[in-house]
Ligand binder design. Structure first.
Ligand code: NAD
Ligand code: TYD
Length: 357
């Protein structure tokens, strides 16, 4: 691969992926990052990478739904791979306003597939990698894990839009021979995670002495994966995965939400004891835990069987949940400027207008 188009590279996982590819994979080529910079996109996620890899890193502000732009970019840069991250990604937001999810996740993926199909007629030496989620499989009971063969049963507008885009991507493989791979991954966490998602929200609220909202009874289970392990899996699948293959990626780390929140509080007590944080006014971080109204249609449990990826490509997670959580909390403590910048601007405006929980 010489030139990769990364979409959504200014978001959480996309920016970690670009950093991983430049710094840890041995890749010698160029990356073009196409991102619309929605409330969730932040160029500061990659300001150091942009400096360090000047000439090999190009940022383009634009929408994946823009056919003309995509056509121009494919022509100009002659991509030989696409890593497609761009999406509306937050389940709660999809409940309040699903339209953007249909636009970007379905129409945007379609536009990108069309651009790739037109630019790469008959080519086998290229790769279109579509980044997706385990949420397409729906909700599990107490036992069992999602396999690649589990039927799709999405239950939120977010997961329905991702399921739809997965089907389109695979249809382009079967119908047009486009060399597509898909990865379906469990919940990620780590640096640059936008603070509307559970872990960063809890870290930042706790630091300010604000309530830590736990939806419903807090017994919902998610399978957590440190973001860099996800990036390594995507890179592996892009290079060595079989065209037409889908690969589940997971952390082997099932946790109840309430235990995740308690884990964040424990990591904070270790790194910045509440007794030394004036915002806590004598309370411990865990005293801030507050049970709130549940999310409508809240999926009960996700768990991933990543045996196929382990057997075929030798991948497994390398960072334990305890270690990943400690690294993540330490990162947020060390980066108050980043936190300030993402919590102002478009995100704040959106929160004030829409978020009434
Ligand atoms: P994110 O919300 O942090 O980032 C999304 C990025 O896409 C942002 O930079 C945003 O500006 C950009 N974007 C949105 N709409 C766009 C458009 N129309 N055109 C161009 N750019 C646009 O999301 P994330 O958590 O980094 O997730 C990235 C991908 O990984 C998504 O496809 C998501 O479904 C998938 N995924 C996420 C998780 C997770 O735990 N976060 C798990 C599995 C899969
Ligand atoms: P989230 O980070 O939104 O990821 P997803 O919905 O894609 O799994 O939420 C993770 C879990 O945490 C999910 O079960 C919802 C729950 N949750 C809370 O209990 N409180 C919160 O404030 C948030 C944002 C999520």
């Amino acid at each position: 691969m010489k030139t990769i188009l990364v979409t959504g590279g200014a978001g959480f996982i996309g920016s970690n992926f670009i950093r991983y590819v430049f710094e840890k994979s041995g890749f010698k080529g160029r990356i073009v990052n196409l991102d619309k910079l929605t409330y969730a996109g932040n160029q500061e996620n990659l300001s150091d990478v942009a400096r360090e890899y000047e000439g090999r890193y190009v940022f383009v502000k634009g929408d994946i739904c823009d056919y003309a732009l995509l056509g121009r970019l494919f022509k100009k840069h002659r991509f030989d791979a696409v890593a497609h991250f761009a999406a509306e990604s937050h389940v709660d937001r999809s409940i309040f306003g699903p339209k953007d999810f249909v636009e970007t996740n379905i129409h945007g993926t379609f536009a990108l597939l069309e651009a790739a199909r037109r630019a790469w007629p008959g080519r086998r030496d290229v790769r279109f990698h579509h980044v997706s989620t385990d949420e397409v499989y729906g909700s599990l009971g107490r036992t069992g894990k999602f396999k690649e063969t589990t039927p799709y049963a999405p239950r939120s507008p977010y997961s329905a839009s991702k399921a739809s885009s997965d089907h389109l991507a695979m249809a382009y493989h079967h119908t047009y021979g486009l060399p597509v791979t898909i990865s379906n991954c469990s919940n990620n966490y780590g640096p640059y995670h936008f603070p509307e998602k559970l872990i960063p929200l809890v870290v930042l609220n706790a630091l300010e002495g604000k309530p830590l909202p736990v939806y419903g009874d807090g017994n919902q289970v998610r399978d957590w994966l440190y973001v860099e392990d996800h990036c390594a899996a995507i890179w592996l699948v892009m290079r060595r995965g079989r065209p037409g293959g889908t690969y589940n990626v997971g952390g082997g780390s099932e946790k109840r939400n309430i235990d995740v929140v308690k884990g964040v509080c424990a990591a904070l007590e270790e790194l910045l004891p509440s007794a030394e944080n004036p915002a806590l006014k004598g309370r411990g971080y865990a005293d801030l835990i507050t049970f709130v109204k549940d999310r409508p249609g809240h999926d009960r449990r996700y768990a991933i069987d990543f045996g196929k990826l382990r057997r075929e490509l030798g991948w497994k997670p390398s960072v334990s949940f305890a270690e990943g959580l400690r690294r993540t909390v330490a990162w947020y403590l060390a980066n108050p400027e980043w936190v300030r910048s993402v919590k102002t601007g478009e995100y704040r405006k959106w929160l004030q207008k829409n978020y009434r929980r």
